[in-house]
Design a protein around this ligand. Structure first.
Ligand SMILES: Cc1cc2nc3c(=O)[nH]c(=O)nc-3n(C[C@H](O)[C@H](O)[C@H](O)COP(=O)(O)OP(=O)(O)OC[C@H]3O[C@@H](n4cnc5c(N)ncnc54)[C@H](O)[C@@H]3O)c2cc1C
Length: 391
């Protein structure tokens, strides 16, 4: 892939940006052909596949838009990157999911550890490193405050820092990640005893064990920390502020990620119609209509959320609505695809069928990761609608 001169303009208004992105996509159509779909491979193969694309987008400046200049961005609004995802999907390309994970962790680093953001964000955007999240543990998922992973303050021969020990699980893209934001207990003071650490996964004492998922690939990994030294300057936010930091991050996981997915879902629904036998499609018009409405509902919620996040607003429990709508849309689309494209989707050996099977499997867990749907519904019921607490 040839290198692309930087052409993204952080001062452009959104209509001008849209035109510029469309022109660039048209001019680079030949190079972008391999990215028409997500590849059907394992996680390392996926990473190898998307790296040149991430570099190309970075060199053109598109994925640096909206990040502050101080951390390697071009400045402007984060909504500009949302526009990029939208145009990318509308042109029929698969936007790298690894870039979407930066949308979740990057804002946290920029706000709570700008020096770390300046050191590591440029490499992540360019595709030279991958990050993961280490929050959930075998006995702490929905009840995150009950986590046991410990980071004991130390000031030994390596200097000030923490000695990290414990286990994390379900870390998305853990098997290819270079760094992980780990939520750990630094003292016994309940939620105030949690701190966020930025951990290099090649540190002595870290063991990563991939978990094979229903998608037939290691989407997630377990991480074991055996007396891992983490320097003090890897603290994200003040010591003891981990709960605030993780709640800030989860706004992006539940909200900003939904925007990328809705953009792709429009393309996926088009794919269903394109691949379907016209008779089968005609028999499922109601389901197809419902799928479209589910995406539209998500889009109507996620668009304003992006603007609010960009303005620095704290979204509170309202963000659970985005997460719930994301789960509904993802599962409605893939269930519709499964019915409309039956039996090919279930039985064929083609890449298209395999891709749909993987999409269907992966969307089963949209109602789990980033906060289980049952818990999100409780938050909406109690904190938005003011209903009495359930038993
Ligand atoms: C594919 C995938 C990717 C993930 N990626 C990451 C990641 O990158 N980093 C990370 O840290 N974690 C990740 N997770 C973990 C995810 O955040 C947790 O699985 C999730 O928060 C649920 O926690 P749990 O699995 O411990 O289930 P539990 O909390 O044990 O929940 C089990 C069931 O009980 C229900 N339940 C629990 N509490 C309540 C309640 N108060 N009210 C009503 N129902 C309740 C839940 O809804 C669920 O149905 C991922 C998970 C998956 C499946």
């Amino acid at each position: 892939m040839t290198s692309s001169p930087q052409i993204a303009d952080p001062h452009a208004d959104l209509p001008a940006l849209r035109v510029a992105i469309r022109t660039w996509l048209r001019d680079h159509e030949a190079e972008l052909q391999p990215y028409r779909h997500e590849i059907v491979g394992d996680i390392p193969q996926m990473y190898t596949h998307v790296r040149p694309l991430q570099r190309m987008l970075c060199e053109a400046g598109w994925t640096r838009l909206g990040w502050p200049v101080e951390v390697g961005g071009l400045g402007g609004s984060a909504v500009m990157r949302a526009e990029l995802m939208e145009e990318f999907a509308a042109a029929g390309y698969a936007f790298p999911d690894l870039l979407a994970t930066i949308e979740i962790m990057g804002p946290m680093l920029v706000k709570y550890a700008p020096e770390l953001a300046a050191q590591h964000l440029p490499a992540a955007i360019a595709g030279d490193e991958v990050w993961c999240q280490g929050f959930s543990e075998p006995e702490a998922g929905s009840d995150l405050g009950g986590l046991r992973c410990k980071a004991v303050p130390t000031d030994g021969p390596n200097g000030p820092g923490f000695v990290l020990s414990g286990q994390k699980m379900w870390s998305s893209y853990g098997s290819i990640s270079k760094r992980c934001c780990v939520l750990a207990r630094t003292n016994d003071n309940g939620h105030r005893g949690l701190s966020m650490l930025w951990v290099d996964l090649d540190s002595p004492g870290v063991t990563m064990v991939p978990t094979m998922c229903e998608t037939h690939r290691d989407d997630v990994s377990e991480l074991f920390f055996d007396d891992v030294f983490v320097p003090l300057d890897r603290l994200v936010g003040p010591e003891g502020a981990g709960w605030e930091v993780v709640m800030y991050l989860l706004q992006y996981e539940r909200g900003a990620y939904a925007w990328k997915r809705q953009a792709e879902m429009h393309t996926h629904l088009q794919e269903v119609l394109h691949q379907a036998d016209p008779v089968a499609a005609a028999a499922h018009t109601t389901a197809i209509g419902e799928a479209y409405l589910a995406i539209f509902a998500l889009r109507s919620q996620a668009g304003p959320t992006l603007g609010l996040l960009d303005s620095g607003a704290a979204l509170g429990p309202g963000i659970s609505v985005d997460k719930l709508l994301l789960g509904v849309a993802e599962q409605t689309i893939t269930d519709t695809a499964r019915n409309v494209l039956w039996p090919a989707l279930e039985l064929d050996d083609t890449e298209a069928a395999e891709r749909w099977r993987r999409r269907w499997s992966y969307t089963r867990i949209t109602t789990i990761y980033g906060g289980a749907a049952e818990v999100q519904r409780d938050l909406v019921a109690e904190r938005l609608l003011g209903l009495p607490r359930g038993k």
